[in-house]
Design a protein around this ligand. Structure first.
Ligand SMILES: Cc1cc2nc3c(=O)[nH]c(=O)nc-3n(C[C@H](O)[C@H](O)[C@H](O)COP(=O)(O)OP(=O)(O)OC[C@H]3O[C@@H](n4cnc5c(N)ncnc54)[C@H](O)[C@@H]3O)c2cc1C
Length: 292
């Protein structure tokens, strides 16, 4: 049973914020692929919902005047998979969107819902972390922007205030220019399964040197995370030392044992997926580990 006492449908962001303020017990719903399951399981008895689905300007991807890529939080995964701007500027996000669920889920689930549910297993989170995404929150006091790394506070808990809405995911030009990346997911099967480990690696190369490396993970800790100490080990090193990233990542993450996989298996996956993603990112940059 869906124990919902009221559904308020917003058509604009200010309207949604006003509805959240008028109804202090109400939760935001976008595609509903997480929320409706929680409600059906009895996790939110007598709940009130504020739906964002009618806010049309929160859908789609655009390029701003300064070439910041702006992703509307209501953009569904199937859109991201084929969006020409995403495919041109950050192709690993199209790959990550294709990892999610099956076709039905990709048609209803939104990228905003994927990162606002605060789940460590969210398939798009490692990619957005690896591209240094900036999140735009809008609330009663106006707009604030925060790096995605500061968005995650604890499992299921984000930095969004109760009456704030995620209104954009921004990838500024300087965070993507010269970078090439690869996103990988390991699950027990190829569809309709949550990640045992997710990984996204970005590189910026300069004359055979790994000038910058960003490595991000899902299910490698309580929230999606960057392996910054491992990135520091390899930054500035020649391509031939690339394989040391995987080993360094093992010391930079802290996955848990769950019924999906043991901690040791996740550490093994992290090393293996990191090195594969790094090699693929280097290839996408037009080079190869053997070029060193
Ligand atoms: C069968 C099935 C398979 C799935 N497989 C996968 C998978 O493989 N990988 C994966 O990552 N996920 C998977 N999911 C989970 C889910 O589909 C995704 O997390 C999806 O992105 C959620 O988006 P939504 O729009 O449906 O979110 P909703 O259910 O509408 O909302 C999720 C959460 O985000 C909040 N929220 C949503 N939008 C905003 C916003 N703009 N501002 C502030 N808060 C907001 C809501 O309040 C809620 O807390 C699966 C779900 C199902 C049912």
């Amino acid at each position: 049973m869906y124990d919902i006492t009221a559904l308020y449908e917003a058509e604009t962001v200010p309207q949604a914020i006003a509805l959240l303020q008028e109804h202090p017990r109400a939760y935001i719903i976008a595609g509903g692929s997480d929320m409706l399951i929680r409600i059906r399981k009895g996790g939110l008895p007598n709940c009130e919902l504020v739906s964002l689905r009618g806010i049309l300007n929160l859908r789609g991807v655009s390029l701003e005047a300064d070439e910041t890529l702006r992703i509307g939080p209501l953009t569904v995964f199937s859109h991201l998979v084929r969006d020409p701007l995403i495919r041109r500027h950050i192709p690993p996000l199209a790959e990550a969107a294709e990892f999610v669920g099956g076709p039905q889920i990709r048609n209803v689930g939104t990228i905003g819902g994927n990162i606002c549910n605060g789940a460590s297993s969210a398939d798009t989170a490692p990619t957005l972390l690896a591209w240094d995404a900036i999140l735009e929150y809008t609330g009663p006091a106006g707009i604030r922007q925060i790096p995605i790394e500061n968005h995650y506070l604890a499992p299921g808990k984000t930095a969004l205030a109760r009456d704030e809405i995620l209104t954009a995911i921004l990838i500024p030009k300087q965070n993507r220019e010269g970078y090439h990346g690869c996103s990988l997911k390991y699950a027990r099967r190829n569809a309709m399964d949550l990640a045992i480990l997710g990984c996204s690696v970005n590189v910026r190369l300069e004359a055979g040197i790994l000038r910058d490396v960003r490595a991000a993970y899902g299910v490698a800790g309580p929230v999606p995370l960057r392996a910054r100490t491992a990135e520091n080990v390899i930054r500035g090193k020649p391509l031939s030392e690339g394989a040391s990233l995987g080993k360094a990542v093992r010391n930079a993450i802290n996955p848990r044992t769950s019924w999906r996989g043991t901690q040791e298996f996740r550490l093994h996956l992290a090393e293996e997926l990191t090195n594969r993603a790094l090699a693929q990112a280097i290839r996408a940059a037009g080079s190869s580990v053997c070029d060193a």
